[in-house]
Each structure stands twice: as C-alpha cells, then as structure tokens.
Write a protein that binds this ligand. Structure first.
Ligand code: ADP
Ligand code: MG
Length: 440
C-alpha cells in the first residue's frame, strides 16, 4: 500500500466556507482550498486549533457543503454525503444503547446490506481491529481505547475508498494512543486493509510525521493551505531517527514562523479581531518564559514540548502569547528571550506585574481596546456584555467568550481592570491610572 499511484479519489477545488457569526456577520473559515487525495497515500492535515481542519474534513465527507468551490469523488461533484468516505471522530460518537456488534453494523444497515451479510462483515471488522470477544459489550463497559477501536471498526466495515479521521487519538491517554496508532499503521501496511487512502486531521506534529506521506499545513484566519511537506521516511517509522526530527523541526517552524507574502498587522496596531488573544493563562506563559530563561535564554521548541510532554496545541498558544507581548522571539523553531522577557522573569512580583501590564496594554489588542474604552467611559465602568457584542462581530459565540475570558485574566493579573461576575461590570483599577476619575 505504500506505492502511490495517480488515481485521484477526492479533489477539493477552490473551496471556501463561511459561517454566520454570533452577530450575523460572515465568518470565513476556509479560504480557497485546493487539494487531492490519491489512492495509496496517507495525507495529514496539520494546523492549530481553529485553522479549519475539522471544517475541511467535514466538507470532504460531504457532511457540510462549501460556500463556494467544489468537492469531487472520483470526478463526480458531491451532492450530500460523500459515498467514498467513512469518518472516525475524536469523541468516538458511538450509540450507547447499542452493542459493539450493532454499532459496527449500523452503517451497513443504512446502506441496505442484508442482515446475514451485515453480521459477517461486522464480525470480520471487529476481528481485524482487535475487538474479538467484545461483540456483545456496550460502549460504557469499554475503556477509551476499546471504544475508539469500535470507532475504527464502524468506519472500516464500510470499506470506504478513503478513511477520514478527525484527531482520532487525542482523547486517549499517551500509551493507548501510541498502541492504536501503531496497530493502525501495521494494518495499513498489510495486504487486507479495506481502504485505499487515509486523510487524518491532527494538531500533533509527531503524529503527522508518523502517519503521512504528505503533510498539508493549514494556516488560520481564515483557514488556508500554507505548505505541503512530503514525508519520505521508510515505514515503520522511528521517532528517534534523524530524518524524523528534522521533519518535526520543519513543521514546528511552519506552524510558528511568519508566512511569506502574508502581512499580519503588528500587535501594537492590530484590532482585536485581526490579532486574537492566544488562549494562554498568565501562569502558563510566565512559566514558558522562565523555562527559556533557565535554559540560557534560548530553547528549541520540540525539545521543550518533549520535556514537558506538551503537545504542540498546548504549547503554541503560550508561545504566541509570549511573542505577542514581546517576552520571547520565535525564529526557525527556536525560542529566544527578549530583554523585556528577561526583566519580566527575573524581577520581583510587583515589578514583574508592572512589566506585564505595560506589555499587555500596548501589545495585546483586546486588552488595549478595553483600557481605551474604560478611559473614555463616564466612570471607569463598562458592562462586559458591551465587549462581547463587539467581539461577536468577528468571532463565533464561543470564541468571543474565550477572547473576553483571556482579556479579563490578563487585565486582572496586570491590575489594569477587574471584573465582577454578579454585576457583569469591568472596572478600571484605580492604581492603573486609566481613568481620570479613578486615581489611587
Ligand atoms: P479546527 O478543527 O482546526 O480546530 P474548526 O474547523 O473546528 O477548526 O473551526 C474553524 C473555525 O470555524 C473556528 O473559529 C470555529 O469557531 C469556526 N466554526 C466551526 N464551525 C462553526 C459553525 N458551525 N458556526 C460558526 N463557526 C464555526
Ligand atoms: Mg477540529
């Protein structure tokens, strides 16, 4: 199965997708995506949280339609669910009231396969995926790893041309995930694997290098193809091989570095929607700056991730936040501490808070917007709902709330303003000198 031939199974042509935001505005999530999935290959879609990976996979599956552009299966434009695909979900998505056997048969029943054949095919898939003996168990009796095996059996029993997987291992513990990954790759390498191609969505860089023949890196705001990286390593792959690490570095660099030809406004000038706040706690980003300082002011991102057993998705928002505040500089997959970052991490707590306040007020667009609005308010008080309404023009409901939560966390720590849940009021801190009526 390792030889890629040129048989194009799925082609995505100029696909864009927009959703309607919380305030009725158009939110573009995918922008002009072109890609093909061919027989014999595993393609990984790698990107940060929010870059549109799940939306793209659901578009390929025909579960949602593109706003513009076309998805074809074997040359035919989709009109509803893609008949050549089956999906494995992060959340397993099993029917709790059905046994393993019945869960696996479900899709076959929907296709109108007669009961005897259904039974036979399901038993075979259950056997292949290592669930033998669990046919009559219910999902709640199974561990996470066994539940996801049911997820795989349910997809594989359909013998789809293309198996689609949306972060299938990310809800499992580390060892169970590694075990299932290896088993799946062994099956893929064997003669009887029932699908011709796999498309896996992941935010885990090593997982992408472990699986893929090609990694398609997605950038965000809106989701677009940033780069395509071929992975020419022999299988089975060894995480410790030199070539493996080089590719991991390359992908880290692509996920953190500046994108050629794309101008992103500087944090000191950007609006809150052009430069969203990374989902990072003050404690988390301060911890990262401290680690880089302790390593002599420079550190390799993949090393830090491995040391902390952090996945890229846990680490990258901290990196983005520290870079936005000019506490760290990111270049070529490396982190370097800035003079301000050094002062921030070595100063006493009061001084360190002052530095954070100054950086956040000038370089975190939403914090800046809140400070400016408080300064021009009548009494240094504003309803949080006011900012939420503004944010909903550029973000989905949940993302808007997430942005506000982060801005409140940062502003509180910085003693710029405080938030009271009961009254839903954001109040300028008298000590911060934001509002003339409020000075300490
Ligand atoms: P990923 O899987 O890479 O994390 P998603 O495809 O889930 O990204 O989401 C990309 C963006 O689209 C996010 O900002 C998300 O909030 C938004 N989004 C996804 N689905 C919807 C929807 N049904 N309505 C509005 N916004 C959505
Ligand atoms: Mg997703």
């Amino acid at each position: 199965m390792t030889i890629t031939n040129d048989e194009v199974l799925i082609s995505v042509e100029n696909v864009s997708k927009s959703f309607t935001g919380a305030a009725g505005d158009e939110l573009r999530v995918l922008d002009d995506i072109d890609l093909q999935l061919r027989a014999g290959e595993i393609v990984a879609l790698l990107g940060r949280s929010g870059s549109g990976k799940s939306t793209l996979l659901r578009t390929i599956a025909g579960l949602i339609g593109p706003t513009s552009g076309t998805v074809r299966y074997r040359g035919t434009e989709l009109n509803g669910a893609n008949p050549g695909t089956a999906m494995v979900f992060q959340s397993f998505a099993l029917m709790p009231w059905l046994t393993v056997q019945d869960n696996v048969e479900l899709g076959l029943a929907a296709q109108g396969v007669p009961p005897t054949q259904r039974r036979e095919r399901a038993l075979k898939a259950i056997d292949v995926i290592g669930l033998d003996g669990f046919e009559s168990a219910y999902p709640k009796e199974l561990s996470g790893g066994m539940r996801q095996r049911v997820g795989f059996a349910r997809a594989l029993v359909l013998e789809p041309d293309v198996l689609l997987m949306d972060e299938p291992f990310s809800a499992l513990d580390v060892l169970t995930a590694e075990n299932l990954r290896n088993e799946l790759l062994t099956l893929w390498g064997g003669a009887n694997f029932p699908t011709k191609a796999i498309c896996i969505v992941t935010h885990n860089i090593e997982e992408a290098v472990l699986f893929a023949d090609r990694v398609i890196v997605l950038g965000a705001n809106p989701g677009h193809i940033r780069a395509e990286v071929p992975i020419d390593l022999a299988r089975p792959r060894d995480r410790r091989a030199a070539g493996f690490e080089t590719l991991v570095d390359t992908l880290y660099d692509l996920l953190t570095g500046r994108e050629p030809g794309v101008t992103v406004p500087e944090p000191t000038e950007a609006t809150p929607t052009a430069r969203p706040l990374p989902t990072a706690s003050v404690g988390g980003l301060a911890g990262l700056v401290e680690i880089v300082y302790a390593k002599g002011g420079r550190a390799d991102l993949p090393d830090i991730a491995a040391e902390l057993s952090f996945e890229a998705d846990d680490l990258l928002p901290l990196v983005d936040a520290a870079a936005m505040l000019d506490l760290l500089i990111v270049a070529g997959g490396d982190l370097a501490i800035t003079p301000i970052g050094k002062e921030f991490t070595t100063a006493d707590i009061q001084r360190s808070k002052q530095i954070f306040a100054q950086q956040a007020r000038h370089r975190a667009p939403l914090v800046r917007t809140i400070c400016t609005a408080l300064a021009s308010s009548a009494d240094g008080n504003l309803r949080a709902g006011f900012f939420l309404d503004l944010l909903r023009r550029g973000f989905s409901h949940d993302d808007a709330q997430q942005q506000l939560d982060t801005a409140i966390d940062w502003g509180r720590y910085a003693e710029l303003y405080d938030y009271d849940t009961d009254s839903d009021q954001i109040t300028a801190d008298p000590a911060a000198g934001l509002h003339p009526a409020l000075t300490a």
